[in-house]
Structure formats: structure tokens, C-alpha cells
Write a protein that binds this ligand. Structure first.
Ligand code: NAD
Length: 419
């Protein structure tokens, strides 16, 4: 992952004829904080955990990026994600650089009080290198608004004053932003609509687009809100899935009824729901692999990385792929599908709605003035459309895929702020 992020930056920067020393500055993180965390477990024994906060590039502003708790996270992964955050924030037009944090831990193996002690210990370790104008952490894989509330509480105790803008993704009661929960899915929909407006008359994508069929892999935060909001805009959601498999209804399913059924059954498989009724005969269960190969207009991978790869790329039938997960398409599949004419909206643009509303949370926290949900959503729309427009124009003028265009836009912005 780190190699491919660095390779893409290097390739783009070389095409832009950037000085090799400038390329080095784009590749190397400015700081890599590595530490051990020691916490008392409920049984009275001490346990050691490994953690990182990597601060990649601060040319455009404070470092920004989540903290993940995962048993398989590594320094390389955290560094790669910090690097991609620099690109994503620059594409989104945010005054931020990129950062990321991580702890090697399976949070499911900890009690709630152990999780709180670990979160507080992490905040304590990074307290001297973060701050609202220095580095602004947020949730990521397996970290929640509650974890952010423990971290900011610990941080504020250490610095001896309130600093609500130092963490984003906080509960609304602690200064979190309205609209943050839905922001990534909502931002993805805005990007998709902006794309379809551009391609409306090109024949690349069928038009009109309000009846386009959509398959969504991953029915968690991102996939669910994307599907729900897209359905409300007239898109036909024909398939959704979670880690246990998915459902396909050719004539379209109902997103909220399907979610309610999933909550009851513990899985989406078997939830054939249209309108308020479930268990229709017209639906069927499908595997995650089958979902990717469905004859749909738009495919939305919103779960894991590398799911579209050499093994299945020849069977992908969608005309548009919206990368809502981070890195769902391998390099080989990207090249193959691009040559085939599939329009791929890159993750650094498609899922930037989350960090954009985190930015709006930061602005609100710094100002001590809070917007309504509508105001937040309206601002998100303006910012996402602006980001899309810059990438689209670059792609059209330089005849390059959207992903390469997004990297070029980002690198131009970052390097023009470097002295
Ligand atoms: P989540 O944990 O809420 O949901 C993940 C979903 O994927 C769940 O429905 C889970 O069952 C499903 N899943 C897990 N393994 C699967 C598999 N093998 N096949 C199909 N589905 C599987 O996570 P999320 O917050 O929705 O994040 C999803 C993706 O979006 C991740 O790649 C994440 O990095 C990315 N992302 C999230 C945000 C955000 O704001 N939440 C922002 C940017 C990017």
C-alpha cells in the first residue's frame, strides 16, 4: 500500500517535471512518532501496545487524519494512509496536510474500560505533537465518536484548557458537527451526480440518470448512507451486501427496510425488501463476488480494499465505479478497466465528504459557532462540487484518468505552498 501510494505520487510528480528533491519531500513524512502504550488490564496485569502517529506533510495546514485500532495495522500502513490524506485534503481544497495514527489492537478483545484506558493513553502520548493548528486527529477503522470523546477529554486535561477543534468526529454534545455521520455517503452522492451531469450527453453513461441501477458492496456507515441518499434521488439500488453476503432485487430494493431487516437478522442476506415489505420472491441472495459482477450502471465498493482485482476485473459490467472504500481497485484492475472505458471515480475524491465535514467541524469548534444540519450539508455540496470540477477539468484538459488528475491537482496545490 505504501509502495503504491509513493509510486503514484512519484509517477505523477515526474510527469509534472518536478525537481527530485521536491518529490522526496512529497514522499517522506515530516514526522513519524512511534511509541509503546502500557495500560492496566481489568485482571490487574499490564499490557503493552504498539502505536504510531505519522505526520506526512503540512504545507497546506495542520496534519489531518484518523486513528485506527486494528490488530494488523503496521507502520507502513499508517504512513501510506497519512500520505493519501495529504492528497485527499489537497484534492478537497482543505487547508490541511495529511496525518494518520494507529494502534495494533483488536478492540473487540478489550472491555470498555480497557478501551477507554488505551484511548486515553494514546491521547497522552501524542498530546505534545497535536493541537488545533498542529495536527487534528479523527476516527478511522474501529474508532468511534465515543473514543474521540475520551481522547479529547484526556488531551484537554493535559493542556489545562478547552480545545474542541483538536479532534473531529466527536459526539455532537461535545462539539461534533451535525451531518458528520452521513457525510461520506452524502459526499459520494454529490460527486456521482456531478459526474453524471458532465457525462450526460457523452454516451459514456446512460442518460437520464435517475433510473440508473446501483450495486453497493458494504452496508456500513458509508454504504448505507450512500444507498439511502441515492435512493431518495431516484437511483435504483438493486443490490447491497455486508461481510456475510448480499441481496439482489432486479427491480430495486428499499434501503431503510433492508437495513431494519439486517438489524433484526444480523445480516443483509435473506432481506428481500421492497417498500415496507420483506421476503419477496423476486429477490435472491448473492455473494460479495457476484455483487461486483452484476449488470448495473454504477458499482459502489464501500467496504474493503483490493476487492476488484486481476481475478474478477474481466467480469465487471458497471460503466461507472465510485470508490467509496479506500483503495478497492488494484493497480492492474485500474489499468484494465480504464482501457475498457469504465469511468472510475478515485477514493481521494469520492470519499472526501467525511474529511470535508470534519473540516467544517473544526471551523465550528474554532469559532464556537455551530451550523444547522442543512447549513453543513449545503456547504459540503459546494465544496465537493468545487473539488470535482478541478479534477474533471484537469482530466479533460490533460486527457488523463480522474485518479491521475486528482493526484496532479493535489500535488500542484501542495507544492505551490512549499517554500
Ligand atoms: P463500517 O465498518 O461502518 O462498514 C463496513 C461494511 O463493510 C460493513 O457493512 C461490513 O459488514 C462490510 N464488510 C466487511 N467485510 C466485507 C466483505 N468481505 N465484503 C463485503 N462487505 C464487507 O465502515 P465504513 O465507515 O462504512 O467504511 C467503509 C470504507 O469506507 C472503508 O474502506 C473506509 O476506510 C472508507 N471510508 C470511510 C469513511 C467514513 O467516514 N466512515 C471516510 C472515508 C473512507
Amino acid at each position: 500500500m505504501l509502495e503504491s501510494a509513493q509510486a503514484l505520487i512519484t509517477k505523477t510528480a515526474e510527469k509534472m517535471k518536478l525537481d527530485p528533491e521536491m518529490i522526496k519531500r512529497l514522499i517522506e513524512p515530516e514526522f513519524a512518532h512511534e511509541f509503546t502504550l502500557v495500560i492496566a488490564m481489568d485482571n490487574g496485569k499490564k499490557k503493552v501496545f504498539k502505536g504510531w502517529r505519522i505526520q506526512h506533510n503540512s504545507a497546506l495546514g495542520p496534519y489531518k487524519g484518523g486513528i485506527r485500532f486494528h490488530p494488523e495495522t503496521t507502520k507502513e500502513e499508517v504512513q501510506a494512509l497519512a500520505t493519501l490524506m495529504s492528497i485527499k485534503c489537497a484534492v478537497a481544497g482543505l487547508p490541511y496536510g495529511g496525518g494518520k495514527g494507529g494502534i495494533v489492537v483488536d478492540p473487540k478483545e478489550l472491555s470498555k474500560s480497557e478501551l477507554e484506558r488505551l484511548s486515553r493513553a494514546f491521547a497522552g502520548k501524542i498530546a505534545h505533537v497535536i493541537g488545533e493548528d498542529v495536527d487534528v486527529p479523527a476516527p478511522d477503522v474501529n474508532t468511534t465518536p465515543e473514543i474521540m470523546s475520551w481522547m479529547i477529554d484526556e488531551y484537554q486535561k493535559i493542556i489545562g484548557r478547552k480545545s474542541p477543534a483538536t479532534f473531529t468526529g466527536k459526539p455532537v454534545a461535545m462539539g461534533g458537527s451535525l451531518g458528520r455521520t452521513e457525510a461520506t455517503g452524502r459526499g459520494g452522492l454529490f460527486v456521482l451526480q456531478a459526474l453524471l451531469e458532465k457525462t450526460r450527453n457523452s454516451g459514456q453513461v446512460p442518460s437520464p440518470f435517475n433510473d440508473l441501477t446501483v450495486a453497493v458492496q458494504g452496508f456500513g456507515n458509508v454504504g448505507y448512507y450512500f444507498a439511502k441518499l441515492a435512493e431518495a434521488e431516484g437511483f435504483k439500488i438493486v443490490a447491497v451486501s455486508d461481510s456475510k453476503g448480499g441481496v439482489y432485487i432486479k427491480d430495486s430494493l428499499s434501503v431503510d427496510t433492508t437495513m431494519n431487516c439486517k438489524k433484526e437478522k444480523g445480516m443483509v442476506a435473506g432481506c428481500y425488501c421492497r417498500g415496507s415489505v420483506c421476503d419477496l420472491k423476486s429477490g435472491k441472495n448473492i455473494t460479495n463476488e457476484e455483487l461486483l459482477k452484476l449488470p448495473v450502471d454504477i458499482l459502489v465498493p464501500a467496504a474493503l480494499e483490493n476487492v476488484i482485482n486481476e481475478k474478477n476485473m474481466k467480469n465487471i459490467k458497471a460503466k461507472v465505479i465510485l470508490e467509496m472504500a479506500n483503495g478497492p481497485i488494484t493497480k492492474e484492475a485500474y489499468e484494465y478497466l480504464g482501457k475498457k472505458g469504465v469511468v472510475i471515480v478515485p477514493d481521494v475524491l469520492a470519499n472526501s465528504g467525511g474529511v470535508t465535514v470534519s473540516y467544517l467541524e473544526w471551523v465550528q469548534g474554532k469559532a464556537g459557532y455551530f451550523w444547522s444540519e442543512k447549513e453543513v450539508n449545503d456547504k459540503l455540496k459546494v465544496m465537493i462540487e468545487r473539488a470535482f470540477e478541478a479534477v474533471w477539468r484537469k482530466s479533460a484538459s490533460r486527457r488523463m484518468p480522474l485518479k491521475q488528475a486528482a493526484f496532479e491537482v493535489a500535488i500542484e496545490r501542495i507544492t505551490s505552498a512549499m517554500v
